[in-house]
Design a protein around this ligand. Sequence first.
Ligand code: ADP
Ligand code: MG
Length: 468
Amino acid sequence: MVKDHILVWNNCLNVIRKSIDSKLFKTWFEPITPVQLAKDALTIQVPNSFFYEMLEEHYVDILKKAIKSELGSNGSLEYQIKVENHKKITHNNTVSATKTSVQGDDIKMINPFVIPGIKKVKVDAQLNPSYTFNAFVNGECNRFPLSAGLAIAKKPGGTSFNPLMIYGDVGLGKTHLSQAIGNAVVSNDSKHQVLYLTTEKFTSQVIQAIKNNSIDDFMHFYQMIDVLIIDDIQFLSNRPKTQEIFFNIFNHLHQSGKQIILTSDRSPKDLTDVDERLISRFKWGLVADLKTPDFETRLRILDKKLEKEEMTLPTEIKEYICTHIRNNIREIEGVVISLVAQSTLNRTEIDMKLAKSIIKQFVSPVDKEVSVDNIKILVAKHFNIPVDELQSKTRLRDIVVARQLSMYLAKNYTNSSLKSIGASFGGRDHSTVLHSLKMVRDLMDTDQTFKDKVNYLVKKVQSTLVNG
Ligand code: ADP
Ligand code: MG
């Protein structure tokens, strides 16, 4: 029988499946597609270079084993990286079943600026030492940006996540995560010049430098940095001079293989009044978003914050807090601090009554709820289809996706049970709803456009929550 790439890859998957945890298998191997088999070389396509890095870093041995068992000792594996983020280059990387090394193609450009022998001074990184990876609770909501951050911390500038752009709503951990990378780099190797600053601070430095006629010194200073972290770059908006200077610094650092980490409250494509050249560079590396944490993760975050305050709370109160504070981790922290303050001030035990009165200050007085019908209307409008179609038996791809997405939003943003959600989508059962949730999560993991769409709709649903 002639072996084809699909068969070979499926057999490899069987080998791999046996060696790793099913969740990891799902994350790192299911999104791969076999492309071709030429002689003994199997080519597989991975969604982006992040995948390639992760495979190279953690799964190269399993891959080798699988390829060897399928194609013999001459077998080799080639990666094809899907064109990502509008970058018009595809690169091929080869991992051979007989060799251990993976050949990359990152030809470093010669650095045109650095003057040999220039004396280095130690830059104060301006990091908050409490923003560490240890203090950062992991969850589904931050899996992608967190694993990229951990990889960067090990090899700043040496991964393809350069720049790393972390985006997400306020209070979801952008500042914490970006600084955690910086803190980890410093503690791994104190020789690295790490610098954290907000876009506001950067902007005022630019203005000062222009005023003092010291732009050259300013540029030289930045060219010394190994890991540059700039927070809240949405504030570059409408500041052409700052953008121009940042553009030059960015190019210089990137070309010299230095790490750039950026955060923003929105995705690059939603940045307004920022030069296209900059926006396109922001998309060069990895763009990863922080999502709102689910209930379990919120509980673990609350526990972490309580631990820090050396405080304990009854489960009932913890669950009450996490049920009511959903969208902002900073608010969870705020509740903890208020609870501590109130109970010490009034010398009282923290009870449900106190917890409720404090939470009231954080959430709107009437805890409004969006209905499943609201969600259907919103999604149908967005997909430009009649609402009825969401209940129908149609299996047209677009409608199926819209239906699954509506169920996903209904589960996450209403208190409806799986059963009642199923019922309101044309009498489907709870396992169909579960399946839909999974499909949406999987698609979000692999399809950025879809993910943006979901995030957009989530924002819409949330604004309905606030505005009634
Ligand atoms: P952002 O910059 O996105 O507005 P921050 O990084 O300032 O958010 O986070 C707000 C607060 O929430 C910080 O005190 C941070 O420590 C905390 N926080 C955010 N995400 C996590 C997490 N995953 N685990 C623990 N604490 C977190
Ligand atoms: Mg921040």
